[in-house]
Design a protein around this ligand. Sequence first.
Ligand SMILES: Cc1ncc(COP(=O)(O)O)c(C=O)c1O
Length: 623
Amino acid sequence: MTKNYGELYNVLGWGDPYFAVNAEGHLCARPHGRETMPGQEIDIHSVILKALETPTNGGKSKAQFPMILRFPDVLKNRLDSLHAAFKGAIDSLGYTSRYQGVFPIKVNQNKAVVQDLVAFGYDESYGLEAGSKPELLIAISCLTKAKPGAYLVCNGYKDADYIALALSARAMGLNTIIVLEMEEELDIVIDQYEKLKLKLGDKVDFEPVIGVRAKLLTKIPGHYGSTAGKHGKFGLLAERIYAVAKKLKEGGRLHWLKLLHFHVGSMIPTTDIVYNAASEAAGIYCELVNTWGAEMTTLDCGGGLGVDYDGTRSGSSDMSVAYGIEQYASSIVQAVRLKCAYQGVAHPVLCTESGRAMASHHSMIILEALSAIQEPQDEDTSEQLLSKIQDLSSKHPGRATAANGGGAFEGIYSHAAELKKHGIEMYKLGKKLSKRIVGDANPIYNYHMNLSVFSLVPDFWGIKQLFPMMPVSRLNEKPGLNGTLVDITCDSDGKIEKFISGGETLPLHPLGPEHGGYYVAALLSGAYQEALSCKHNLFSGPTLVRVKSNGKDGGFDIVSVDLGPTAEEVIATMRYNVEEDISNVIQELAKTKEVWETVEPLMTKGLTTMPYLNEYEPPKTIT
Ligand SMILES: Cc1ncc(COP(=O)(O)O)c(C=O)c1O
């Protein structure tokens, strides 16, 4: 039997049920998750080769690396799973209302993603959430294809224009709900409604429907935990929500208030936090109904449904969560059901704004290796590094006294600063030592990849988010080298040397012309990365390849191949007029016809292709 090295990357953990390694030793996608029939797996290596042969839209150019492969079938399966999970929990727990969710488009605003989700969720009245004016414009246009009644939830800080646009969307027949992030927004809603009434009269119904975002006391630990709790940036504490209800009641507008929203943060690690947050919010919801007489209809539980990036199902790391979609749904349904039963309140429609869990799995980034070069070892041996660590740890900063640090505050502050400095030094030395030990046992190779970390996996750079990464082929051959992934930006942060295994290297294969191209996939990367992408060095977005299962054995169709932004498009975002400021100036500089005849095709090619490396020799390993 051929060997399968997929387990080195824990593909059975984070990949289930969408990714696996096939008998050829290739990464493959299971487009319908658990419903994928034997033989329907899509071989990723074949997809890459076929995408390279497919003309890009317009038929003029060839696809370039890096690429994102998008699988709309996977997106559909994620959304279907969410609906099935809530339906299952609602039926089994005797909940008497329904689930009606929205996709927060900040997670991935791409036209294909948003339009697909609206289409896939039609029967369930799936809607959209917007957090800014441009997102609202996208949401309005995409929701024209949704089932009437689908929610358009307007979150985020709002000015008069945002609110006027949201009210106009109601006038145009969309089920728009303006969620107040701050009390002051209510005055703008009232003002804009009065102004719009003067223009539109009372023939059209666009009376505001509003929600309030609750700032809950339930918090999540870790990186994403700063969103909730007393000191969170967003929303209103319970007593301020009741003040809003009071103000609405006094103005005869309490019937506007229909929804209570909360969002405790992304990647909620465990279901007890999901349960506690839903229960706390349901308590406020019931109080609005029972004490204030609000005609509430909907509890919007925000985002936070997590993704198990490292496949460990752990509730104690930012890279994983300890539950699946079903447990998440039943925690919310159970919490709200119990609170409502206790308070004698009718069950609300349950909404969630699950973003990451919908979008992550459906796309993967394909990176092409350019070369692999052995990394020189640190000049210090591991013994020398160890002795430096011991030396530093014996100089642990002592507690400052009033005598050496000034007053009590200054003393404590300077002690804290010393402790921090000392900790950072220790961390740096510890990191060097672990690298030295790994390198002594097995040299480290820097795989230079056609990649900008800042453009493609900005969360790796910005918040140390890890994505599962693995070679796309040769997985029945032992990946015997320890690799780091180095990008082509001129920035030392443009390097990936932390992986979901917890290690600083990824097992990779030696490169060589006899093997052809070598591709590494960054998976579960469909959420946030495209939206957060930065243009460092003027590298930008990847080629987008849309791949659909055609239902036959191993069959797939490449539906479209869209080149990423070309150099001239990226340059234009920096406010250059490419013709006037670049092409004409270079032509003038060329002076003679001969020079211009050489420069012109180079310049044109440079401007009309993606900024990444193009047409180079097959990659090799250099020791
Ligand atoms: C208000 C709100 N809703 C929904 C989301 C989506 O969260 P997630 O992607 O964790 O589901 C976010 C993201 O942070 C958010 O701020």
